[in-house]
Design a protein around this ligand. Structure first.
Ligand code: IFM
Length: 451
């Protein structure tokens, strides 16, 4: 067994998101978000549940920090809920909302843990949705204002920020497939939303830089290794287009000020609402790229696909060779290696952080209260070894954040999918560190493991 080692100073972390863990959906002046509205709408969440209470981290954040300390972690990725800061998405800051994050940040710093916040992990203020939401161009400016408020309040203590979480997921699921908030099914709304988010990424970046030039600013992009279904060159071409839309539609814009050629018939700039001068505005020379990766995507060219994108918009399929998690996602560690290496190659060896990677398994406490989730340990062994191989191959990966610190509200699946190192009893809020959490804590403490 060879030892799997990581570079000195590598950040060991976990990730969470506001709506998925905080609860307190109406407390201390917080406004309604699109996820509050969506989850309260009958039929939208498969289990009928909501994030009204979730893990109750708004009140139990000290327990969360204690678990990070127990696991020897050095980085905590969490997100700021926009409607806690601006209840209607515009106007002055709600001091109580800012105080919550200030308390959390101070406790993390005290514990020697890097606070690593994301400014937007999907909980848009409902009032902004009613004003047009992400398909409406003005939302980019609203985002930059909100981001400025947060960074003015916390930028003296927080040095590393992410603007967005998974722009291609929330625009696709929210505006074409309609299975996430705000539940729209409209290709044009999706196209415009992607462009507004790119404008927001540029505007947010400039706003933060001008407030504090010393900050490190990135975004967390969902990526998947896009593989052709066969040797047919048409499948290879479709897989490449899929990579451009899924993986780098928000990266190529930020780093190079252009959209990648994703659509066979040409990118639909008019339908996206692109105006003269916009390609300057979408630029955001990010200091690091966050990569969230869960699986790979097998792409087959469809004969009459008007987009030339394989199976868009219903989604290409996942792989079917590896074992499957309880979410029915294939376990395929090479996907993470391949994406890290490809992004390293295509973008001139940028600084990378794995900002999410994880698996859902339903294991709960046994009679003695022990959660023996061995499949999760095997999952992380495989993916962490893949990260180490990517680093050996030249990728500049500075940190790894497992999704997630604890079981939480998995969006349209409610509480049915458990991704955490900490088991949460959603009736009582009780937290129990799983065996995988103990294992990950040892890996973090020793900066590696026996492979
Ligand atoms: O729970 C989500 C998270 O909010 C974004 N990335 C994927 C996770 C698992 O589905």
């Amino acid at each position: 067994m060879a030892r799997v080692e990581f570079p000195k100073g590598f950040h060991w972390g976990v990730a969470t998101a506001s709506y998925q863990i905080e609860g307190a959906w109406q407390e201390d002046g917080k406004g309604e978000s699109i996820w509050d509205r969506f989850a309260h709408t009958p039929g939208k969440i498969q289990t009928g549940e909501t994030g009204d209470v979730a893990c109750d981290s708004y009140h139990r954040w000290r327990d969360d920090v204690a678990h990070l300390v127990d696991m020897n972690l050095t980085s905590y990725r969490f997100s700021v809920a926009w409607p806690r800061i601006q209840p209607d998405g515009r106007g002055p800051a709600n001091a109580k909302g800012l105080d919550y994050y200030a308390r959390l940040v101070d406790a993390l710093l005290e514990a020697g843990i890097r606070p690593f916040p994301t400014l937007y992990h999907w909980d848009l203020p409902q009032a902004l949705d009613e004003a047009g939401g992400w398909p409406e161009r003005d939302t980019a400016e609203r985002f930059a204002d909100y981001a400025s408020i947060v960074v003015r309040a916390l930028g003296d203590r927080v040095s590393d920020w992410m603007l967005f979480n998974e722009p291609s997921v929330f625009t696709t699921l929210g505006y074409v497939l309609g299975v996430h908030a705000p539940g729209v099914q409209d290709l044009d709304a999706f196209l415009r939303a992607t462009h507004t988010v790119n404008l927001a990424q540029g505007a947010g970046f400039r706003a933060l830089r001008s407030i504090r030039p010393d900050l490190r600013i990135g975004s967390a992009f969902n990526m998947s290794a896009c593989e052709p279904a066969s040797d047919d060159p048409a499948d290879a071409e479709a897989a490449e287009r899929w990579h451009r839309l899924l993986n780098v539609w928000f990266v190529e814009t930020a780093l190079h000020g252009r959209y990648p050629d994703a659509f066979a018939a040409g990118n639909p700039y008019d339908r996206m609402g692109v105006r003269d001068g916009d390609m300057e505005l979408v630029k955001a020379p990010l200091d690091f790229l966050g990569i969230n990766l869960y699986n790979r995507t097998i792409v087959k060219a469809l004969p009459d696909d008007p987009n030339g994108l394989g199976a868009f918009p219903s989604g290409a399929t996942g792989g079917s060779e590896g074992p499957r998690t309880d979410f029915d996602w294939e376990v395929w560690p090479d996907a993470l290696h391949d994406v890290l290496v490809r992004i390293t190659r295509d973008y001139g060896r940028p600084v990378l952080e794995v900002t999410e990677n994880g698996c859902s398994y339903a294991d709960g406490p046994d009679a003695k209260g022990v959660v023996n989730d061995t499949r999760r340990i095997e999952f992380f062994r495989g993916y962490l070894a893949a990260v180490a191989r990517a680093i050996e191959a030249g990728a500049d990966v500075r940190g790894y954040h497992a999704w997630s610190l604890m079981d939480n509200f998995e969006w349209a699946e409610g509480f049915s999918q458990r991704f955490g190192f900490v088991h949460v009893d959603f009736g009582t809020g009780q937290r129990t560190l799983k065996e995988s959490g103990r294992w990950y804590g040892r890996v973090a403490g020793e900066n590696g493991f026996e492979g």
